[in-house]
Ligand binder design. Structure first.
Ligand code: SF4
Ligand code: SF4
Length: 443
């Protein structure tokens, strides 16, 4: 059963304790279930068959078209099944189930002979690190888009958009050197003229300064000119990961919402993607793990954890300990804005998100009340839609008017649900309506 009910849920007071934790690892005791599709693009095609014995880093999925990517085994072991199963987005796709062996061995990429742009770009594609979520699928396409205009800028986010996520912050703190060198790789691939690291004002000045100093230390060893790199801090206004809002805050540039910021030469990465690129280039390692913030008031050991691709939540919850099993009804993969609620704890966790949370079940949290016309949803929608209006059309199945009011432009950021004091399931219904309209188009 899947419902996107946890969107907009407020956990309260959790981030402060998470900020103090170090990244730990969750070891798997169960089989991995690696999804061959975890974003808006297509499913990758399997390159293994049942019975294959594979190493960690073996390529198990290859692009089926330009909107999908490479997928690598997160462990050594045996392929025990390849079957259709629901993924973290609630869609069916092929999942490669791997029974891990006790002896883990690693398959590396061949080392790069030199770090010229072509080599680096090739490594970026094969790294398995890019996401395919957004208007340019997969995200590395933005670097070769022939329509790009203007001088190129790489923006690297060192914070997380979700209020309960500290994954990028912890990566920046613990892997500042790797993040800096990964960012330099993006700078080269993008043939950029500016590299901007962005921290959050919600983080203490001392922490930001420490991260920036460590990054600058690495940058100063490179041949990059000091006037090409800068640091900025921005206040946390959600959704900060929306490219246009971030561009406006960082570069004071307003770009029409209908144009991807990458068309204007602005490429947005984060600490995790920089770390992935670093590992692919300097350690010759494919991307097989992501840093997750695992939080919620029903979990004993909340924290920041390394999660391997396809790790199953039942494994995670056994490691972090559930406080009250009676009140464990569902959990959410992804952030509080656009995460998807799940009940099935055998869904393989993807590399494309960085948050997993589970709160004690409280029916009241999900009860919708009547709209009080406060206007908050309208005021905060980054696309300037009227979520309350579209929601009304969605409830009445008035697809024509929902379309006229821009339902298809919704970026599914979840902010409207988050700010709604009446706990209306706005983004859930808006997203379902957009899906229904798209499906009718293809029928
Ligand atoms: S209507 Fe869509 S784009 Fe606007 S706030 Fe809601 S989810 Fe985000
Ligand atoms: S935020 Fe909620 S209560 Fe306020 S106008 Fe929007 S739907 Fe209505």
């Amino acid at each position: 059963m899947i419902e996107a009910l946890t969107r907009g849920i407020k956990l309260g007071g959790i981030t402060n304790s998470l900020v103090k934790t170090e990244i730990a690892e969750i070891k798997s005791s169960a089989n991995f279930c690696v999804p061959l599709k975890s974003g808006a693009g297509s499913e990758s095609k399997p390159l293994v068959i049942v019975g294959d014995l594979i190493k960690r880093g073996t390529v198990i999925g290859a692009p089926s078209d330009e909107t999908s990517g490479f997928v690598y085994s997160p462990c050594s072991g045996a392929v025990v099944s390849i079957k259709d199963k629901v993924n973290s987005l609630g869609e069916n796709c092929l999942n490669v189930e791997i029974e891990p062996s006790h002896k883990d061995s690693l398959l590396y990429f061949r080392p790069l002979e030199n770090h010229d742009n072509n080599n680096l770009f090739g490594r970026l594609i094969e790294s398995g690190s890019f996401d395919n979520w957004g208007q340019r699928y997969p995200s590395y396409h933005k670097y070769i888009n022939p329509n790009t205009i203007g001088a190129r800028t790489i923006i690297v986010k060192l914070f997380d958009s979700d209020p309960y996520c500290v994954s990028n912050l912890k990566i920046a703190e613990q892997y500042a050197k790797e993040v800096a060198l990964g960012a330099l790789c993006y700078f080269k691939v993008g043939v950029a003229v500016k590299l901007i690291f962005v921290g959050s004002k919600a983080v203490s000045k001392a922490t930001n300064q420490k991260i920036y100093d460590a990054i600058l230390d690495e940058i100063n060893k490179s041949d990059m000119k000091t006037n090409q790199v800068s640091f900025v801090t921005v206040s946390k206004v959600y959704p900060n990961d929306e490219d246009h809002l971030l561009t406006k805050k960082v570069l004071k540039k307003t770009i029409s919402i209908s144009v991807p910021v990458s068309d204007k030469g602005i490429f947005i990465e984060n600490a995790q993607t920089c770390l992935n690129f670093y590992r692919a280039v300097f350690d010759n390692l494919p991307t097989t793990e992501a840093v997750y913030t695992i939080a919620g008031n029903n979990l004993k050991n909340q924290g920041v954890y390394l999660v391997k691709n396809g790790l199953v939540p039942q494994n995670v919850f056994a490691s972090v300990d559930i406080k009250n099993k009676e009140l464990f009804r569902q959990y959410s993969i992804g952030g509080t804005f656009n995460g998807i609620s799940q009940c099935d704890t055998s869904v393989g966790l993807p590399l494309s998100v960085s948050t997993l949370f589970s709160n004690k079940w409280n029916e009241e949290n999900f009860k919708e009340r009547d709209c009080i016309n406060c206007g908050r949803c309208n005021a905060r929608c980054p696309i300037k839609l009227s979520p309350m209006m579209i929601d009304n059309f969605a409830i009445n199945k008035d697809f024509a008017r929902a379309k006229r009011y821009g339902v298809l432009s919704c970026i599914d950021c979840g902010v409207c649900s988050y700010v709604c004091p009446a706990k209306r399931h706005l983004s859930q219904r808006i997203s379902d309506t957009a899906q229904a309209i798209k499906q009718r188009r293809t029928m």
